[in-house]
Design a protein around this ligand. Structure first.
Ligand SMILES: NC(=O)c1ccc[n+]([C@@H]2O[C@H](COP(=O)([O-])OP(=O)(O)OC[C@H]3O[C@@H](n4cnc5c(N)ncnc54)[C@H](O)[C@@H]3O)[C@@H](O)[C@H]2O)c1
Length: 316
């Protein structure tokens, strides 16, 4: 079996998992890792027996590296993803993909012009229960989709100092809502504020309105002492609940509640395997670069809505 040569840029809390998973997948050859923290780069590289770099420009010269995962601080993602694409590498860029939707769109454009794969780290899509929910929405097993509510709350992960809770955390739920409704909202209304972290918002409530007035509500914060990550989808015939942490799914119908059994899968492993399969088999990824642009547009509109204290209309 041909192994795809891969590398990871940014091997902090999350990127080190990307490196570990690539080492575990039979279809990939982890060639190198890169982190501006040279000591960290060296330690992770030694752990996996691969080359360490602290400057990605040098690493990109290695032609055996075909795909790169960009897992740097959120405000550096665009710069490194752009460099990787310009060096001819396929790219998985972590969320929020870029700082502005314009930058995110630029990544999509460079990838398209160069025939490269570009995907965004929307990990929730790789949780089997979410796939089941999306299927039951599409097949109308829950009747008509009425509304969806997501809650993603926990304490502030202190290492995150360059974006607020909307672009870091709620963006997962924005993407999930767009995925369930199959489109971008037509308007966004949000309220948010900073209670503990002065530089960025650390709590946000947002309402997304889709075509025909159907809505999604997202609550996220970095103020809650325990971690909750849930999704409730209300249909005219049933209510579906997913706990992203346990991956438990339950479907409440008129007469009974069923709890379908799903095999627990490490979402990151499924995500990276899918990325590699898409490159090798030249398939469209489950999460496109365009999906990343749209989620970032909604996140940016939510921040503007809160500042202006009014709903922001979005072009679909
Ligand atoms: N999809 C998910 O579920 C998920 C989960 C966690 C984090 N993330 C995303 O992953 C990214 C990293 O998060 P984290 O928690 O690992 O942060 P972190 O601060 O622990 O790690 C970031 C690493 O990037 C390195 N870095 C910064 N600029 C660099 C550059 N130009 N070149 C090479 N290395 C560079 C830093 O030295 C650091 O080691 C963020 O964008 C975050 O949003 C996604």
């Amino acid at each position: 079996m041909r192994k795809l040569g891969v590398a990871v840029i940014g091997t902090g809390q999350w990127g080190k998992n990307h490196a570990r998973v690539y080492k575990e997948l039979p279809s990939t050859e982890l060639v190198a890792i890169c982190d501006v923290n040279a000591e960290r780069a060296q330690a992770i590289a030694e752990q996996h027996g691969v080359k360490a770099y602290s400057d990605s420009t040098k690493m990109f010269k290695d032609k055996s590296i075909e795909a790169v995962n960009v897992c740097t601080w959120s405000t550096i993602l665009f710069k490194e993803a752009q460099k990787a694409l310009n060096a001819g590498k396929h790219v998985l860029v972590e969320k929020p993909m870029a700082t502005t939707p314009q930058q995110a769109r630029k990544l999509v454009q460079i990838a398209e012009e160069n025939g490269l794969h570009l995907t965004v780290g929307f990990l929730m899509r790789f949780i089997p229960g979410l796939q089941q929910i999306r299927q039951s929405v599409m097949d109308k097993e829950i009747g008509e989709l009425v509304c969806a509510t997501a809650k993603r709350v926990s304490q502030w992960p202190e290492r995150i100092g360059d974006v607020g809770v909307v672009k870091d955390t709620a963006i997962h739920d924005i993407d999930v809502m767009n995925y369930l409704y199959g489109e971008q909202p037509t308007s966004v209304y949000a309220t948010m504020g900073s209670m503990r972290i002065k530089k960025f918002e650390d709590y946000a409530q947002m309402m997304l309105t889709y075509k025909d007035g159907r809505t999604a509500f997202i609550e996220s914060n970095w103020l809650t002492p325990y971690k909750t990550r849930t999704l409730t989808v209300t249909g005219s015939e049933a209510i579906v609940r997913l706990d992203y942490i346990t991956q438990d799914l339950s479907i409440e119908q008129k007469t009974e509640t069923v709890q379908p059994r799903t095999t627990f899968k490490e979402p990151l492993k499924a995500e990276l395997q899918h990325f590699v399969d898409c490159i090798v088999e030249k398939k469209k990824p489950l999460v496109t670069g365009e999906d990343g642009v749209k989620a970032l547009e909604v996140a940016t509109a939510a921040i503007a809505s809160s500042a202006k204290k009014k709903a922001i209309q979005l072009k679909n």
